[in-house]
Ligand binder design. Structure first.
Ligand SMILES: Nc1ncnc2c1ncn2[C@@H]1O[C@H](COP(=O)(O)OP(=O)(O)OP(=O)(O)O)[C@@H](O)[C@H]1O
Ligand SMILES: [Mg+2]
Length: 226
């Protein structure tokens, strides 16, 4: 069943009179439960595409449909609510809150989404245990290694049981062994829970583990099914 559809989107950034065409007439759709890897050189438009898919910035032209709803026709408030319910984000830099512990960081989207705090804490503890951080729940980000911080960020993205996980170079700063551990965790959690996963990466072998590979080249997308 189709979950995301991109229709003729283009994104043009204007900066000091200069125009950058970051995406050019992009079209594709993805089904629920699919795992997609996005590849392409630096500056080819990967992060731009991911932020458009997740309702974080609007296209210059075209539409993004998620579950048949046009994201950028919603009001700002409606979109924020939809985003919190449907999407989980993992960024290259984890953006954890430094003053909160690991478990509090993971609970945060649950709290923002108005979920029951006790149930959220239980789910956060379960997720952290699953990624091997049972003994680090009460550490603040500054008291965790880079790989541990990124595992916390993965748990935070999964907190609200999002249907779609969007990850932008989630392992860009990590050594290959730690990176592989995080890919395993993402894959396993998404496959086990039937979630749709879209990962931007420079790590090409990851493409072998995906259902689809989107390759970006100067704002143009080609899509290939594995
Ligand atoms: N806010 C912005 N204003 C102007 N230009 C931008 C902006 N954000 C991105 N760009 C430009 O748009 C193009 C695509 O950027 P994007 O961040 O999507 O690339 P990317 O494929 O994610 O690259 P990387 O692998 O380096 O993260 C680049 O040429 C970039 O310089
Ligand atoms: Mg990027």
């Amino acid at each position: 069943m189709e979950i995301l559809r991109v229709e003729d989107i283009s994104k043009v950034y204007s900066l000091e009179g200069e125009e950058v065409k970051a995406l050019r007439d992009v079209n594709f759709h993805l089904d629920a439960g699919d795992i997609t890897v996005i590849l392409g050189p630096s500056g080819s438009g990967k992060s731009t595409l991911l932020s458009l898919l997740g309702g974080l910035s609007s296209p210059s032209k075209g539409e993004v449909f998620c579950k048949d709803k046009s994201l950028y026709k919603m009001s700002g408030e409606e979109l924020a609510h939809f985003r919190n319910r449907i999407f989980g984000f993992v960024f290259q830099f984890h953006h954890l809150m430094p003053e909160l512990t690991a478990v509090e960081n993971v609970i945060m989207p649950g709290w923002i989404g108005g979920r029951d705090l006790e149930a959220s804490r239980k789910r956060a503890e379960k997720l952290l245990a699953h990624v091997g951080l049972s003994k680090r729940m009460n550490h603040k980000p500054g008291e965790l290694s880079g790989g541990e911080q990124q595992r916390v960020a993965v748990c935070r993205a999964l907190m609200n049981e999002p249907e779609i996980i969007l990850a932008d170079e989630p392992t860009g700063n990590l050594d290959s062994k730690t990176a592989e551990g995080i890919h395993d965790v993402l894959w396993e959690l998404c496959q086990k829970e039937g979630r749709t996963l879209i990962v931007v990466t420079h790590y090409e072998p990851l493409a072998k583990r995906a259902d689809h590979v989107l390759t970006l080249d100067a704002g143009n997308v080609t899509k290939k099914r594995n």
